[in-house]
Design a protein around this ligand. Sequence first.
Ligand code: HEC
Ligand code: HEC
Ligand code: HEC
Length: 463
Amino acid sequence: MKRKERRKRIGTVAWKIFGSFLMLIGVGIFVSRLVNKPPSDKLSKMEQMEVLIDEGGCMSCHAGPEYVCHHIHLPIVGSFIEKDAEKAIRFSNMDHAFEQLYQKKSISQPVLYKLQKIALNRSMPPLSFRLIHWKSPLIKGKQEILLDWIYTRLSEDYDVPYPITHALFQPIQPLPDTLPTDPLKAALGRSLYYNLSCASCHNPETGGTDNLPFSIGVHNQPSETSTLTTFNAIFHTVFSWDGKATTPEEMVSLHFKDPVKMQADTIDVLIDVLAENKELMDLFAQAYPDTDMTENTLIDALVEYLKTLITPNSPFDRYLKGDEDAISRDAKKGYDLFKKYSCATCHSGVPVGGLSLEYVGTANEFFINREELILEDMGHYKVTGNPIDIHRFKVPGLRNIELTYPYFHNSVTDNLRIAVSAMAYHQRGKKLSEKEKDKIIAFLKTLTGEHPDLEQSTQQTPE
Ligand code: HEC
Ligand code: HEC
Ligand code: HEC
């Protein structure tokens, strides 16, 4: 009898909690309708954005622990907000973006693409936050302001055409056919590229990589990560898996100092060796008639050559430029899936990646066996020592992806199918069907472009 009564009482309490929760949602929606208005159109666009971010509480979840709102101390709702805030940073760490916004600097393309996605779906802020912050939901009027601001930023800062309709918005842009280069410096750069054995690891004939799990460097030492391709690297803004460089110059300079990658103990020894190569010194004299060979001139020439290592005119680029028949129906569906599952929020822009650092395992743990982790698996943490950067990696560019296996920083797989389904599962919590994988792969293969040195016919992607 007693037990029955207790059960009944627990039942009633549960109903009361549930009822109050429902009421809270009801009141929330009602009050929200009354108080949540788009920012006044008397404000400038920038001021409107400030209101939107402030009312939306975006910073309290997306700008790091110091900004988390005090409501996390509330019972029940508080713990939901806290969990959301922890997740939010991994999906989109926007601490720099907010700073850049307030200082009116350009915001990175991937951040803008992510914002476009949530603005279009009106999926932010999450329910936990909306329940008690009645001015926070992205109502239609706010959505319009946000989307207009995003498209304006993209077109002014990155030449991405302002779309006539949202459906026409493209997160990927075509590669230019050529980049302006100084031909004499590029010719010297090419000679250096082969003389300094850049080509042994970054072979242009095999997609700018060596297709080995770990490249073999000086004195037969293996590299600790998979080799990233040099093709189209010139369009990137983040270099190396751990994001240790932000310009190609910096990257090449770091390679010069890397004991595995480069032969010479010092740059002077390297220059002495090069000085004995008459052909190369002739090229040097033509490219830099008034200068001695220094580390800077070597880097300058190599980067000039990198400007020629681009692979334009891929079927997908032709499609983007208006040739509807350039890619198959499956590939078009694959592109739609690539956008639908938000692959394109990280892998975007002209290089289809290479523009940001992102966490791996946003949705599901990426490193299954944590005991076997090495320093290279820590990502950007290796560079900063800041725990917030653990497992934050460079997003690799996906152009020519069928040629640049093995995949991921640790070369865990040669198989593009496995790589694609791993990404969907670990980054988006999505288990793809076999047909979806076929379509995404069909799309990815249309990203293979053209370069005189690229021997496409001999390449076969394991699948
Ligand atoms: C209560 C915490 C919270 C608040 C407040 C919040 N977000 Fe989020 N945000 C999240 C979570 C959690 C995710 C992870 C994705 C998901 O769960 O849907 C996320 C994801 C995102 C993403 C990445 C989407 C993607 O597909 O990768 C963007 C962009 C974003 N939020 C923008 C915003 C903006 C803009 C605001 C303010 C209007 C905002 N968020 C407010 C918690 C929050
Ligand atoms: C022993 C093999 C090896 C040699 C030799 C080598 N590299 Fe690399 N390179 C790599 C590896 C491995 C990476 C990825 C680096 C990392 O994550 O730290 C890389 C990265 C790069 C990147 C950045 C790519 C990106 O997407 O971030 C550039 C650019 C580059 N190398 C250019 C060169 C040039 C120029 C030379 C010759 C001076 C050269 N490399 C010589 C192995 C090599
Ligand atoms: C949150 C950002 C993010 C999202 C979303 C994302 N990726 Fe990635 N992707 C990355 C990062 C970071 C890496 C590098 C991870 C590593 O090597 O540890 C990567 C690596 C890859 C690679 C291997 C590339 C190489 O050169 O080794 C492929 C292929 C890929 N992603 C495809 C996809 C597809 C398909 C989707 C959508 C289902 C997707 N990605 C979604 C960030 C993302």
